[in-house]
Design a protein around this ligand. Structure first.
Ligand code: FE
Length: 337
């Protein structure tokens, strides 16, 4: 419950606010459950509050924990919005009946169809490109072409990968299944495993550090991790390569949001969601983590633009959820740990 008590004359203040800004409702607030960490969401929430007067309260935790919490709380939940850092978890929340379809011309105009749920239960707010990073001393860009090519013999003992337990790789493989089918996808994943220089690594940054140290030559990571690492250590012999440009494009995932089924502040939550898709918030949302705006009318941060433009795979990211179980099983069969 939002309490405003900054004066001995609360009635007068309320009167002034109502008089001069009819759009503002101080009674409204939005409660957000977010697996996107505080420093990557708070700037947008602050901007929203500044624009509308509506307060945003939030809780951050792992997506699995937040989804379980929403389920357990049921009708008693205080959460109006769920934010996650990938489509798979939003898809899961929708499948569990935790999200509400939203009709919004603003969201449909701002967010391309492939970055939102066809059932309108969630919307992508930033694009995360999963791409190839290579050691510039050991690999020429001309040696690289596709994710699938990294399964070929020429990469034997030269590949580092993050663990298959992370949803990012599950989504990558799920999208591959959607595109190529299971048989071809399994061949590719088996090829990757055969080419590994080391056991799968715990995170994207570690995988790039191995590449930089010459323990392997190439890896697959989200581009913002590359951005963070290079910002810290610009002399690392690492570069980004955009794969599959002659074919379907770079695998992209989203950080996105949906409104909860039992939202108490649905109106304000929709306002927040629409605000997050707008020009003002899109730059904040993407730039704070060196991601790509989901709204194609907005340019990324200049540091991100410097990595070059590329074609995104425009297959709907919903496949990352729908085929996640198949992807996990396939990676397990292929020995990708
Ligand atoms: Fe991440």
């Amino acid at each position: 419950m939002l309490t405003i008590s900054f004066s001995r004359y609360p009635v007068t203040i309320f009167f002034c606010v109502t008089l001069f800004s009819s759009n503002i409702s101080y009674a409204e607030q939005v409660v957000v459950y977010s697996s996107r960490i505080e420093k990557l969401i708070k700037p947008m929430f602050d901007a929203f509050t500044k624009n509308t007067g509506i307060q945003v309260k939030f809780v951050t935790d792992k997506a699995g924990v937040l989804i379980a919490r929403l389920k357990a709380e049921g009708k008693n939940t205080h959460a109006d919005m769920l934010i996650t850092t990938d489509a798979g978890n939003l898809w899961l929340a929708a499948r569990e009946g935790l999200l509400e379809p939203i009709e919004s011309e603003t969201l449909e105009a701002n967010i391309p169809a492939y970055l939102r749920d066809p059932q309108k239960q969630w919307f992508g707010l930033s694009v995360r490109a999963r791409t190839i990073v290579y050691n510039t001393h050991k690999v020429k860009p001309a040696d690289l072409s596709t994710y699938e090519d990294l399964a070929n013999l020429k990469w034997m003992g030269r590949l580092c990968l993050r663990t298959s337990k992370k949803v990012y790789n599950q989504s990558l493989v799920a999208m591959m299944i959607a595109e190529h089918g299971e048989t071809r996808s399994e061949q590719v994943v088996r090829g990757w495993v055969a080419n590994l220089a080391t056991d799968p690594l715990s995170n994207d940054t570690k995988a790039m550090e191995f590449v930089a140290a010459g323990k392997c030559d190439v890896t697959i990571v989200n581009s913002y991790y590359y951005g963070r690492l290079i910002k810290k250590n610009p002399s690392l012999p690492l570069a980004i390569f955009w794969p599959n440009q002659a074919g379907s494009g770079v695998h992209v995932n989203i950080s996105g949001a949906g409104i909860t089924k039992n939202a108490r502040n649905k109106h304000a939550a929709i306002m927040l969601l629409e605000f997050l898709s707008s020009k003002k918030a899109q730059n904040l949302f993407a730039d704070v983590n060196m991601e790509y705006p989901a709204n194609p009318k907005i340019k990324p941060d200049s540091a991100v633009i410097a990595w070059g433009s590329f074609k995104q795979n425009q297959m709907n990211v919903v496949a990352a959820g729908e085929l996640q179980t198949e992807a996990v099983k396939l990676m397990d069969r292929a020995g990708y740990r």
